[in-house]
Design a binder for this molecule. Structure first.
Ligand code: F6R
Ligand code: FE2
Length: 189
């Protein structure tokens, strides 16, 4: 039997960087069609800001193994909507996940395949259990980077399709200086 070597690694708690991890960058242009306010989107696209970065340590897609990744989600808004991650179901839809808040302020939108949504506020120290079958998206509702760790089965995969097409049934906006979770006017059942 060939055994894998254990890994012990320090996350930089200020920047979210995991040394040696694979880095993925998502710019605003990668999120075309995701935000409600298209005029605001196109205006901001001139600078094409980085919306989030992911530092992932991933294994082969095999049952029983685990991946982990930090996400650094930058502060910002498109119109009233706060910056968010694309959001996904897992390709193996019954795979659960754990998130752990490291820095900054935000939250997670979760949604069943039928469109029932939940909002869980997150800050440093918040653990979120993402049960099997729930799509999940994180949102930065603060004014500094929102950084968190995710631990997920190595064979979970990402299924972005239906969220890209239909969005979440709720959106997270700023109105009169307040964070509000409201119905998505463009939500398609
Ligand atoms: O949920 C997971 C893995 O299953 C996170 O590591 C996200 O992949 C990351 O926060 C970026 O978000 P997405 O662009 O993948 O939605
Ligand atoms: Fe996930």
């Amino acid at each position: 039997m060939e055994y894998k070597k254990p890994i012990g690694i320090n996350i930089d708690l200020e920047t979210g960087v995991i040394p040696g991890a694979k880095k993925l960058v998502r710019r605003l242009s990668d999120l075309k069609g995701y935000f409600l306010d298209e005029d605001a989107y196109n205006e901001l696209l001139k600078d094409d800001p980085v919306v989030y970065e992911v530092y992932a340590v991933e294994q082969e897609e095999k049952e029983g193994d685990l991946n982990f990744a930090t996400t650094v989600l930058y502060p910002g808004k498109v119109g009233k909507e706060f910056f968010f991650t694309k959001g996904h179901f897992h390709s193996k839809a019954d795979r659960a996940e754990i998130y752990y808040g490291i820095k900054g302020k935000g939250g997670m939108l979760l949604q069943t395949p039928e469109g029932e949504a939940e909002w869980i506020p997150m800050g440093p120290g918040t653990v979120v259990y993402v049960p099997p079958y729930w799509a999940h998206r994180t949102v930065n509702t603060g004014d500094e980077p929102f950084i968190f760790l995710a631990v997920y089965p190595a064979d979970a995969g990402h299924d972005y399709g239906s969220i890209k097409d239909k969005g979440f049934s709720k959106i997270v906006i700023e109105e009169n200086g307040e964070v509000k979770v409201v119905d998505n006017p463009r939500w398609k059942e």
